[in-house]
Design a binder for this molecule. Structure first.
Ligand code: FES
Length: 138
């Protein structure tokens, strides 16, 4: 099995079995990310416990890459503090902007779509909503 097919399997697993996709009614901060080009629309909610992200969840609709990326994002940042989570969001923006490396191994499966510029927004939608939610809580 090649890295590429393993990466695709990981993305499909997150799409079919999204982690932390649920109601956000008790979140400390919620922020929305939309892609007007396709109508995809996500909300990311965070809960903080002593400056640490105790819960990060999302809800909404999106393409398979968008939902897989949101699911992977939640797993990656839960347990991080706000600064670490912000740095990961910045790292993802740089990586998908063509600079730097994947900020954390757990996100490497997204390499499978990094060469497709049309997919950049799909991947970053949840990260941008997370970063806005973090900013609301700074
Ligand atoms: Fe809409 Fe991917 S096609 S975010």
């Amino acid at each position: 099995m090649t890295d590429k097919s393993i990466y695709k399997d990981v993305l499909m697993d997150h799409y079919r079995n999204p982690r932390n996709k649920s109601d956000l009614s008790d979140a400390d901060a919620v922020h929305r990310g939309t892609n007007p080009r396709c109508g995809d629309d996500l909300e990311v909610g965070i809960n903080l416990d002593n400056k640490m992200l105790s819960k990060v969840r999302f809800r909404g609709r999106g393409c398979s890459i968008c939902l897989a990326s949101a699911s992977m994002m939640t797993e990656t940042v839960i347990g991080k503090n706000k600064v670490e989570a912000h740095q990961l969001a910045e790292g993802m923006k740089s990586w998908f902007g063509g600079q730097g490396e994947c900020p954390v191994d757990a996100l490497k499966a997204l390499e499978a779509v990094r060469g497709h510029s049309a997919r950049k927004r799909c991947v970053l939608l949840a990260w941008e909503a997370l970063d806005d939610a973090l900013r609301a809580e700074y």
